[in-house]
Design a protein around this ligand. Structure first.
Ligand SMILES: *Cc1c(COP(=O)(O)O)cnc(C)c1O
Length: 369
């Protein structure tokens, strides 16, 4: 039986051509050509005014929050169901991640819980679009406006997702993306910060150039302590090819989700939602088995393993991790992970391979047992 990975990138002739060209010619006067082209293509795709490429999404979040002035003693609110990369940059700045409960259907921030968690120390609301599912952006932006707190979007998992016609990552004060090898669009490692705010963009650019301000005449004269989270021209070359193919890459993810959805339709489980007015990029097709059904997640993962299929566990609540304070009151978050699993979803999966995955799920999730 062939191995079924849970993700792997879609790299074709275009990526190889551009990377080869960058390796041959992308030096000296041309050392930023692909980088600038990548940023331009990404701006156009997302429909935003400014995009700044970074070496990771973690770095983009760190830079963006530093540019907002977040510092020691501040608080940033985010959902308890998340990957650590969304929370870690908050701690790099000495601020505290405040984990609130998520909604049962989207696994993203519950706006009511966000509003209850606001204190005078709250400096940002971090809306992470988990597995491609969209946060309730209208409610969150309204809360942000009423309390004068910026809403920022971690759209690392939401390439292809749209909220009332606007792409995820283009709605908040800034958005961040990841081009890690597991994401819908990849450069190996990489990230992006997007915004409509020219001042924020300038500040991010300065910070990411070790604090050297644009237009400074003196060489090697930083104005402040900055960072160095820049994407290389070589990686950007692969990124350019990926963005030229982005519709195909998103369509691939949606095709895979549609197959699973269709073939798991009558089972007692929920999958990534696509609410009215939204489009889901379906980065990671996920099942959450109904509470009333006895379900052994680890047994399903063992079945997968025995059949050479990568099973990926749903995110643990971040507040369960040893470095944070436990938040058992986040009942939805604590009730999700043992019932949930991510399904393999790379672009080239065949129907035969997906059918193999489906068969294992069917065996474990018996209707009404
Ligand atoms: C992958 C991911 C990140 C981290 O991205 P890197 O590029 O690996 O730093 C951050 N946030 C979310 C939501 C992610 O899925």
């Amino acid at each position: 039986m062939s191995k079924i990975h849970y993700t792997k990138p879609s790299i074709g002739a275009l990526e190889v051509d551009y990377a080869t060209d960058a390796a041959k010619h992308g030096w000296g006067a041309h050392c930023y050509d692909y980088l600038h082209r990548f940023e331009k293509l990404f701006r156009e795709h997302l429909g935003v005014s400014y995009a700044h490429a970074t070496s990771s999404c973690t770095g983009a979040l760190h830079l963006g929050m530093a540019a907002l002035g977040i510092q020691t003693g501040d608080e940033v609110i985010l959902g308890d169901i998340n990957w650590i990369a969304s929370a870690a940059p908050i701690t790099y700045l000495g601020a505290k991640p405040v984990f609130v409960d998520v909604l049962e259907d989207t696994w993203c921030l519950d706006p009511e819980k966000v509003e209850q968690a606001i204190t005078p120390q709250t400096k940002a609301i971090l809306a992470v679009h988990v597995y491609g599912n969209l946060c309730e952006m209208d409610a969150l932006l309204d809360i942000g406006k009423r309390h004068n707190i910026p809403v920022i979007e971690d759209a690392a998992e939401a390439i292809g997702s749209q909220w009332n016609g606007k792409r995820a990552g283009s709605l908040g004060r800034f958005g961040t993306f990841s081009f890690h090898g597991t994401k819908t669009v990849t450069t190996g490692e990489g990230g992006m910060l997007t915004t409509e705010d020219p001042e924020l963009y300038e500040q991010v650019t300065t910070l990411n150039n070790h604090g050297r301000v644009k237009g400074e005449k003196r060489q090697f004269w930083p104005e402040m302590i900055g960072f160095k989270y820049r994407l290389s021209n070589l990686q950007a070359a692969i990124g350019c090819a990926q963005i030229e193919r982005i519709d195909e890459l998103i369509a691939g993810k949606r095709r895979i989700f549609a197959f699973y959805r269709e073939h798991l339709r009558e089972l007692p489980l929920a999958m990534n939602p696509e609410k009215i007015g939204t489009i889901n990029g379906f980065w990671m097709p996920t099942i959450v088995v109904d509470k009333k059904i006895p379900f052994d997640r680890d047994a399903l993962i063992a079945d997968f393993q025995a059949d050479h299929i990568d099973g990926r566990v749903f995110f643990w609540p971040l507040s369960m991790l040893p470095m944070f304070e436990e938040c058992r009151q986040n009942k939805v978050s604590y009730g999700l992970y043992s019932r949930a699993i991510n399904l393999p979803s790379y672009h080239d999966l065949t129907e035969e391979q997906m059918s193999r995955v489906v068969a294992h799920i069917r065996r474990r999730v018996e209707v009404g047992t």
